[in-house]
Design a protein around this ligand. Structure first.
Ligand code: NAI
Ligand code: MG
Length: 361
């Protein structure tokens, strides 16, 4: 049977950028004999408009059954006044929770042609290719006790950083697995100097390494130093694995090494399915961009590169993923630019579908 892909285009520019991915999927079917069973459904505001909920139970069931889910973006001003229980974001949160997507992959990859867009000097980032693996379902954003409490005659705000051995173990494994498909190097970041959870994190990551991944090069770094190293010499890293809080901050920092939001893909992986592959959700980092929605201006590359990640990590098609990434690199080198990739000096940008045309060509 063909691998199954559930497409949830969502709101705003979501359907626009996804339209280009669908053309690319069709191309792989025609030209590379790589067919998928593609299903389309609604998420976010689009699902709310039809069903009164940002994620219908049937859609949730399809997502759990699919080999991979590819999501565009959710949200928009039309839904800002809705009750939190039916806000578009809740559709995405439900997907993440029920698919148990504990490992969030955020690549920071700098195409040479766009190195001028980086916040850093060109030679520090040209050819950069790192992957941050962020633990996504535990840590200080979820730990109990949490709340604002009375203490004496003032209030105290409390969050708890909490990690179990098994939570650290599974995200460490996903980082080592990734490293084997890349540069075979993992740097684990925590604050074992001042945090108990950091001590346990370091110990468990080391143990997983020694027992099952001794072939992967492992180093440990305090997360504050890691932040410094990311902007001092980012090319020293291959895979970085870290907790939810540090990963939130470090991945946003790493994103800005590469330039435009319209270029950044992501993946979130969960526990293995029956066939041993992890449940997976792929999505661009950007949102629904209401300011440019419906105008054919959106850059489809973040969504296209998210599909490339699906090819590599869910469908075992690393060569085809590289083919697609190479095509993106080539069109950028040839000077194709959507509006978000124009420098301050301006120029004449191409449209969403023209970018799709160029990549297909
Ligand atoms: P945003 O990412 O939608 O837009 C930020 C800026 O980047 C805008 O100026 C936009 O035009 C530009 N931009 C974003 N993606 C682009 C692309 N592919 N091509 C060209 N330009 C692009 O973030 P914002 O404005 O904070 O949020 C807008 C809506 O999206 C909100 O409703 C928010 O809740 C939602 N959102 C959804 C996310 C998701 O679905 N995962 C993530 C972030 C925000
Ligand atoms: Mg963040």
């Amino acid at each position: 049977a063909n691998p199954t892909l559930l497409i949830l285009a969502g709101d705003g520019i979501g359907p626009e950028v996804m339209g280009q991915v669908v053309r690319i999927i069709d191309w792989f079917g025609d030209k590379r004999d790589l067919a998928f069973d593609v299903d389309h459904d609604l998420v976010g505001g689009a699902a709310y408009d039809k069903h009164g909920t940002p994620l219908h139970d049937d859609t949730m069931a399809k997502a759990l059954a699919a080999d991979a889910v590819l999501l565009g973006a959710v949200g928009g001003p039309k839904y800002d006044a809705l009750d939190f229980s039916v806000k578009p974001e809740r559709g995405l949160l439900r997907l993440r929770k029920e698919m148990d997507l504990f490992s969030n992959l955020r690549p920071a990859q700098c195409f040479d042609a766009l190195a001028d867009f980086s916040s850093l000097k060109k030679d520090l980032v040209a050819g950069l290719d790192i992957m941050i693996v962020r633990e996504l379902t535990s840590g200080v954003y979820f730990g109990e006790p949490r709340g604002i409490f009375e203490e004496g005659n003032e209030r105290v705000g409390i969050n708890t950083q909490r990690y179990t051995e098994s939570e650290i173990d599974r995200v460490a494994r996903s980082a080592f697995e990734l490293a084997r498909r890349r540069g075979n190097k993992v740097c684990s970041m925590e604050k074992a100097n001042v945090m108990e959870s950091g001590i346990l994190w370091r110990e468990v990551v080391q143990k997983v390494h020694d027992e099952d991944y001794p072939d992967v090069e492992l180093s440990h770094m305090y997360a504050d130093n890691g932040a410094m190293q990311l902007v001092r010499a980012p090319k020293q890293f291959d895979v970085i694995v870290t907790d939810n809080l540090f990963g939130d901050i470090l991945s946003d920092c790493a994103a800005m090494l590469t330039g435009s939001l319209g270029m950044l893909p992501s993946a979130s992986l969960g526990a293995p399915n029956a066939d041993g592959r992890p449940k997976a959700l792929y999505e661009p980092v950007h949102g629904s961009a209401p300011d440019i929605a419906g105008q054919g201006k959106a850059n489809p590359i973040a969504c296209i590169l998210s599909f490339a990640m699906a090819l590599r990590y869910s469908f075992d098609q690393g060569d085809e993923a590289a083919r697609l990434e190479k095509a993106v690199e080539q069109v950028l080198a040839d000077g194709a630019r959507t509006a978000d990739l124009m420098g301050p000096e301006g120029g004449s940008p191409i449209s969403t579908s023209e970018m799709g045309d160029a990549i297909l060509a």
